[in-house]
Design a protein around this ligand. Structure first.
Ligand code: NAP
Length: 244
């Protein structure tokens, strides 16, 4: 196992969108970064190279976080390469939107498995390492949908609300080991996930008058992991003041 004193961050779903922005921001702030992806190898390789240009070490690992063995593999690869883990950002997530009465069982299950169970597998594996280190910071990317609910997103809202409950319980369990656990709840952020959505109506509900960027979310994550030593169990909404 390689040993290093350089701090190490692991971002799930770091190949695109918010995860990519988090991975790059963490690297810009001195972290070596492992980014996981599920299928988009070329995007992941591009992020890996971008981070290496910043003169930080980077590793892209393929794995489906909703599979317990894959999640453990991502953790093991991180430790094999860097020998430590200081930050986990549970960012990997998907949508399969539909109205409640039309929601298919597989679309319900897929979203819960990826967004909630995936974060559980990663958190369980990462916590074991952080407990031994007696330090660490975990940030879960939830959503305003998990706080307020959103029509057409019964599966997604449930997964993101579950993630908030998980954040608060994990924060209480891990605090005595000097590990913080927080959540960031983005509003509407311009990424592949929201590509194609008609945002005209949404914009009317955002007092700051614009959709969010992935960097807006990365800044909040960075704040929590670099300056948030005394913040745990919290949900930070980053949504331009969105009123749902
Ligand atoms: P995105 O652009 O669609 O990127 C999703 C990322 O997750 C990709 O890196 C993807 O990997 C990865 N991923 C998907 N399924 C996975 C799985 N089973 N295992 C491992 N990785 C997986 O999404 P985004 O908009 O950046 O969203 C990132 C997070 O923010 C999600 O949790 C989302 O729910 C949350 N969020 C987004 C918004 C928004 O407005 N965009 C708002 C609130 C919350 P590949 O590249 O390999 O496909």
């Amino acid at each position: 196992m390689a040993e290093t004193t350089q701090k190490v961050a692991l971002v799930t779903g770091g190949s695109r969108g918010i995860g990519r922005a988090c991975a790059v921001a963490l690297a810009e702030n001195g972290f070596n970064v492992v980014l996981s992806f599920v299928s988009n190898k070329s995007a992941a390789t591009e992020v890996e190279k971008t981070i290496q240009v910043l003169e930080r070490d980077s590793l892209a690992v393929q794995g489906d976080v909703s599979n317990a063995a894959n999640a453990q593999f991502i953790l093991d690869e991180t430790l094999n390469r860097f020998g430590r883990l200081d930050v986990l950002v549970n960012n990997a997530g998907i949508t399969r939107d539909n109205l409640l009465i039309r929601m298919k069982d597989e679309d319900w299950q897929k979203v819960i498995d990826t967004n909630l169970t995936g974060a559980f597998y990663m958190t369980r594996a990462a916590s074991k390492v952080m407990i031994k280190q007696r330090s660490g910071s975990i940030v879960n990317i939830t959503s305003v949908s998990g706080i307020y609910g959103n029509p057409g997103q019964i599966n997604y809202s449930a997964s993101k609300a579950g993630l908030i409950g998980m954040t608060k319980s994990a924060a209480k369990e891990l605090a005595s080991r000097n590990i913080t656990v927080n959540a960031v709840a983005p509003g509407f952020i311009v990424t592949d996930m929201t590509d194609g959505l008609d945002t005209t109506k949404v914009l009317e509900h955002i007092p700051l008058g614009r959709l969010g960027t992935s960097e807006d979310i990365a800044n909040a994550v960075l704040f929590l992991v670099t300056s948030g030593n005394y913040i745990t169990g919290q949900v930070l909404q980053v949504d331009g003041g969105l009123v749902l």
